[in-house]
Design a protein around this ligand. Structure first.
Ligand code: ZN
Ligand code: ZN
Length: 259
């Protein structure tokens, strides 16, 4: 088994007491890559530090839409500097969150556009967070079509949105929500996605798959996501693991596996 967790936050304090054990369990479960996603400057720096100390880990550098009000040209320069460090695979997470609306929507858009431009400048893909903002997210990404390489993390479906997004060149991140009983529309969408158009993720420590729901999530549980995706597609878990891990390595320009 060769799994890649394309969206985790193992650098955060939720893992301070047992980070090495968590990564050992991930490796034992077949995980050969974990992309730890930055949500602000400190967590981006922490993600890079974990990546530099852990063969299995890579990092992203970004500002979450919840904190978008903090976006300034100076902060953009800071993120650009951090993104120059080794083992940075993407910019983000950025995007729009109209569900929590923790930052004003115009600030969210400014920070989103700033990180799109940063990712294009640096030749890195972009990790995109979208909650209740699909039309605006796709419209904004569409303005940069052909230049930006978006990964729509925690993709929620349904199928018509999946088709639109894949047609635009987006890669879809499928996570623990695919295991939830109410997520049939997402499973129907996942069933017909072309190979190479989607990757797997956990969003650890959040969005724990159904079998451990209510507890802290961790990258090892990406195996449960792979199982549910395989079931939805009528494919083997090994085949799903292989195609999604290949898609992840190609998106983030990562050669081979961690060990
Ligand atoms: Zn997110
Ligand atoms: Zn996240």
């Amino acid at each position: 088994m060769d799994l890649f967790d394309t969206h985790a936050h193992v650098q955060l304090s939720a893992f301070d007491s047992d980070r090495d054990d968590v990564m050992a369990r991930a490796f034992a479960a077949g995980v050969r890559g974990v992309l730890n996603v930055g949500i602000d400057v400190p967590s981006s720096l922490a993600a890079v530090a974990v990546a530099e100390n852990t063969d299995l880990c890579w990092a992203t550098v970004g500002l979450h839409p919840h904190d978008a009000a903090a976006w300034t040209p100076e902060l953009a320069d800071e993120l650009r500097d951090i993104a120059g460090r080794p083992r940075v695979g993407a910019i983000g997470e950025t995007g729009l969150d109209y569900y929590r609306d923790l930052a004003p929507r115009d600030s969210q858009e400014t920070a989103f556009r700033g990180q799109i431009e940063l990712s294009i400048d640096l030749g890195l893909p972009l990790v995109v967070h979208n909650r209740d903002a699909t039309d605006d997210v796709l419209a904004i990404l569409g303005e940069y079509a052909g230049s930006v390489r978006p990964l729509l993390h925690c993709f929620g479906g349904p199928g018509d949105v999946a088709s639109r997004a894949v047609e635009m060149g987006c890669v879809l991140g499928i996570g623990g929500t695919v295991t939830y009983p109410k997520s049939q529309a997402l499973r129907d969408a996942v069933a017909v996605l072309p190979d190479g158009s989607f990757v797997l993720e956990t969003d650890s420590p959040w969005l724990t798959p159904q079998f451990r729901r209510g507890r802290r999530n961790e990258p090892a549980y990406v195996a449960a996501v792979a199982e549910k995706v395989a079931e939805a597609r009528g494919a083997s878990v090994d085949a799903v693991a292989a195609t999604t891990t290949q898609a992840a390595r190609s998106l983030f320009s990562i050669q081979g596996g961690g060990a």
